[in-house]
Design a protein around this ligand. Structure first.
Ligand SMILES: *Cc1c(COP(=O)(O)O)cnc(C)c1O
Length: 377
């Protein structure tokens, strides 16, 4: 063992793109912080999870399905695809199911991107886009942000003959910025046919809600008939409160879905996740409650930040990114008080923190802690 270790430089063995990767940094788990600091009332506002949890109908469906665990799941996800088709008026051939939508983002890369290709995404955009791109050995083309969000003109100008994929998050994580229907439609019309556009709508349900006050927010599914190079991805992790089960999906031209399904592992979505997601789609009241609670919580943060004199980026998601100045120091102080938020220095936002909208009480605790910490600085 030791003698072998002397001879092998493992980094020499890693694929060149993988060698350059830094692992995705997830939000700190509650239990980990409780162990580290000896706390017992930790709250987590770091991973954009639904503070209400899943629908009670989903919990019933999960217990009803426990007897099936010795069986492989339905590799075609028939029931969930039917539920999605009813809900969004789709054809099952358009749908690719994933173990979370991150799985789908990776399938898209594996099916369509080679090391000769370029992949375009924006500065401050979701961390999984560079991970997918670099792991494949493709060239990442990062366009500078405009007003914290995607600069579609810059993205269009970055297209070359080698471009195969453009990732767009609408709204974007971690900045919460969104693109209007008019801007995106204009962009899609100008993208050449050799380029696939991934429209990541992980926060669609929040952004589309009128109570959030987001004007002219588009539903990407409406464009699929006109643009066969468009892939829309969505998830059950956020507004549906199922982050722990891992289920998301892509909707695309059936020809694109066919290739995604060729690289997909046959049982990538587990039985409980399939059952839970199908049921979640039927409880529109729970979704409505979740989205309404988020709209109220965002206002709670906006008002507090205005009182504290902090600049924040208005958000179409279930989180808000705020400029606090010495973010690493403030994050550390928040952790000591049992509050987990997300530092975003790895997104080139070293002075900001991203805070997920929790329950009214969790939000209040976070705001009061932030206020107290800021006074000591
Ligand atoms: C949270 C998030 C996802 C969803 O990830 P899952 O794998 O479905 O849990 C996708 N895209 C963005 C921009 C996100 O913030």
């Amino acid at each position: 063992m030791t003698r072998l270790a002397e001879k092998i430089d493992i980094s020499e063995l890693a694929a060149p793109g993988v060698r350059e990767l830094t692992p995705y940094q997830p939000g700190k788990p509650i239990e980990e912080l409780e162990r580290e600091y000896g706390l017992d009332d930790v709250i987590k506002l770091a991973s954009n999870e639904n503070p209400l949890g899943p629908s009670p109908d989903v919990l019933r469906s999960l217990s009803d399905n426990l007897g099936e665990l010795s069986r492989y799941p339905d590799g075609n996800g028939f029931v969930l695809k039917q539920a999605l088709c009813r809900r969004f008026d789709l054809d099952p051939g358009q749908i690719t199911l994933g173990n979370g939508s991150n799985d789908v983002l990776e399938l898209i890369g594996r099916a369509f991107v080679t090391p000769d290709n370029e992949v375009i995404f924006s500065q401050h955009a979701f961390a999984v886009y560079p991970l997918v791109t670099r792991a494949l050995g493709a060239r990442a083309v990062v366009t500078p942000a405009r007003a914290w969000g995607h600069d579609l003109d810059a993205m269009r100008e970055a297209i070359t003959g080698r471009t195969r994929l453009i990732f767009i998050a609408n709204p974007n994580n971690p900045t919460g910025t969104w693109l209007t229907r008019a801007a995106l439609e204009d962009f899609l019309e100008q993208v050449p046919p050799h380029v696939l556009v991934v429209l990541d709508e992980a926060y669609y349900e929040y952004a589309a809600d009128p109570a959030t006050g987001i004007a002219d927010y588009p539903d990407g599914l409406q464009w699929l008939a006109a643009f066969p190079n468009l892939i829309v991805t969505r998830t059950f992790s956020k507004a549906y409160g199922l982050a722990g089960l891992r289920v998301g999906y892509a909707v695309s031209h059936p020809g694109v879905a066919d290739y995604l399904n060729r690289v997909r592992q046959p049982f990538n979505v587990n039985h409980l996740a399939l059952a839970a997601a199908s049921t979640a789609l039927t409880d529109s009241n729970h979704l409505q409650r979740s989205v309404a609670m988020n709209a109220t919580g965002l206002q709670q943060y906006y008002q507090a930040f205005e009182q504290l004199g902090l600049d924040y980026i208005p958000s179409a998601g279930n989180f808000v990114t705020v400029r606090v100045g010495p973010a690493a120091e403030i994050n550390d102080q928040l952790l000591r008080r049992g509050i987990i938020v997300r530092p975003v220095a790895n997104y080139e936002l070293p002075e900001h923190l991203r805070i997920s909208v929790g329950s009214e009480k969790e939000n209040r605790r976070c705001i009061e802690a932030l206020d107290a910490i800021l006074q000591t600085l």
